[in-house]
Design a protein around this ligand. Sequence first.
Ligand code: EPU
Length: 421
Amino acid sequence: MEQFIIKGQRPLSGEIKVGGAKNSALKILAASLLSDKKWRVKNVPQIEDIERMTDVLKDLGVEVLSIGSGYYSLDASRAAKTDLDPKLTRRLRASIMLVGPLLARHGRVRFSHPGGCVIGKRPIDIFLAGYKALGAEIKERGGGNYEIFARKLKGTTFVFRIVSVTATESLILTSILAKGKTILKNAACEPEVVSLADFLNSCGAKIKGAGTSTIEIEGVNSLSGGEHTIIPDRIETGTFAIMAAALNSHIKITNCNPSHLDALWVMLNNVGMKLDIGKNYVIVEPSGRLRAVNLKTHEYPGFPTDLQAPFTVLLTQAHGSSLVHETVYEGRLFYTDILNQMGANIIMCDPHRIIVNGPAKLYGQKVTSPDLRAGIALVIAALLAKGETTLGNIYQIDRGYEKIEERLQALGASIQRIREK
Ligand code: EPU
């Protein structure tokens, strides 16, 4: 097991480049199962979750070749296996993205409830209801094991009971080769959904309305080969901006798409940050006194739940009391206990709401990363803290941020990766 040793209270400066979006790349890789022609995908982040996804794809028989840094060639023409190996999918929530393509291409799939971050219950009822509406037969084998069959998937109208990003993407993938038209209502509008639909359309799919809450998919017989560049990771962009704000630092974030983060820029302005926002860069400038604000997470284009934990760390440095309302997950505020151990003054009102009283002095501690986004929030807290922090379970951070310590060292941070004794 590896750890980070972080020495705090050093301002950061310089430029940091954003990588390809984890939550886009995972879906594009999974979608490769739908085509028997070659796909080439660029700007894929070199992170643990992508490793896990390529492991599962290879196990299914997909030829995955790395043809350059973050550049892959995918060929699913000989992939015939339809059982997802639970040992491989246990650590990857996004493995659920493979179910739709396998069902669409082979008419059968067997899988276990997917693993991933411990941030709430994370059920799959919406996926199952969607497959069923498209004509699939679902057999629950007990112990979270499922077998799904479909002789021929048929277009339908499906209304999501709540907005779900991966369920929206999954039903797009499941209906692409179905007979007739599928209409998805109350669909997720995230940029990753739009990017997936754009690429699939370039391969011959007929998807209209991605980026709005109603998406229409006209089934086609097959998908062609194609080439795609993964969009910049908006969560990484936001993480770096919040980190710079918390550390009162001057940082230029490049290779990003700031238009995917409008709600974050509004909140940073409200806190009192000065920002220069360009088409593909953001400059964060030292601000002085930070103000408390109330924050509510929301589906896109609202404030992303994946930036809630980093923003909460920023709020520990703001003057006054901030209310943070996490509306998406019921288990995504428990890391605040760890921030309190480090000196923060955060009161939990209920599993969805906290009050952050600031400013608070943070002190280095021995702590453990509970999940990916809370993990990176603890990195920010450690960079702010007086003294040294030992941060364990950094596999969680490696799941979503490529070589984070090297990139932060380049900005002047004192962060070292060591093997746990
Ligand atoms: N939900 C259900 N039933 C379902 C599916 C979802 O009740 O069948 C609930 C979830 O439990 C949650 C809510 O719906 O309370 C919304 O979750 P959603 O399904 O939108 O989340 P997701 O698609 O599983 C993706 C990202 C998450 C990100 C959320 C919200 C991927 C692989 N994951 O998850 O990313 O937090 O959307 O934007 O795209 C991360 O990167 O750290 C991460 C957790």
